[in-house]
Ligand binder design. Structure first.
Ligand code: ADP
Ligand code: MG
Length: 201
């Protein structure tokens, strides 16, 4: 079973990997966006870390809902409301249990990804974060490691796609040949989950 501390360590691990990869995320966002994805997530997850420290939410659901609300209020770009919705909806699905199972988390993340699709109106193949999140969450049925890898493969597979949603879609065919920044950060999010689940044993 996974308690609030596990979810807090997950959010800390995301903040840490975003710090390491922020420049790369921003570079990916420069040919097909406005070169702010790394700085958006850096600001957002630093605020998540600070909010979790200040408020110490006591359940998995409360940790993710606070993280989601914080992203929505601190990140101006498209990714703030989208990631905020992912975490908030996932947290809501987890309810107020003190501990949740891996199966509870899998189902909750599935609902969270559905909420992202609904909010942004995108589907897999549109060259967005959903191209990593959808296969990633599907592979959670196998393991956290498999989910991280599937998300990473999904992010790589955005390269030949033409963007149909978000800022990159304004470029039309010129969006082809570039990896989507949001799919890349989604792979980091699920990779961090694999990392903390393995650290725990
Ligand atoms: P902005 O595009 O406002 O500058 P970011 O640069 O932080 O915001 O995030 C861009 C990422 O957001 C894209 O790479 C894409 O993965 C994701 N994104 C944009 N629009 C959508 C959408 N409608 N649905 C899902 N993901 C989206
Ligand atoms: Mg951007």
């Amino acid at each position: 079973m996974r308690d609030a501390d596990f979810f807090r360590r997950w959010m800390d691990a995301v903040a840490a990997v975003v710090e390491r990869e922020a420049d790369r995320l921003t570079e990916l966002d420069s040919p097909i966006g406005d070169a702010d994805h790394g700085s958006n997530l850096l600001r957002g997850f630093a605020a998540v870390r600070a909010a979790l420290e200040a408020q110490s939410p006591g359940t998995p659901g409360a940790v993710l809902q606070l993280a989601g609300r914080t992203l929505i209020s601190t990140v101006g770009g498209a990714s703030g409301p989208l990631y905020g919705t992912l975490l908030r909806r996932t947290g809501k699905e987890l309810g107020d249990a003190a501990e949740v199972s891996d199966e509870d988390l899998r189902k909750a993340l599935y609902a969270g990804v559905g909420a992202v699709a609904q909010l942004g109106g995108a589907a897999p193949g549109d060259k967005t974060m959903l191209d990593a999140l959808v296969p990633g969450v599907a592979a959670l049925a196998t393991s956290y490691r498999a989910a991280g890898e599937a998300a990473q493969n999904g992010a790589l597979a955005t390269v030949p796609l033409q963007a149909r949603k978000g800022r990159a879609s304004y470029l039309g065919e010129r969006s082809i040949g570039h990896q989507d920044p949001g799919a890349t950060s989604s792979a980091l999010l699920l990779g961090a989950l694999a990392e903390v689940s393995e650290a725990r044993g």
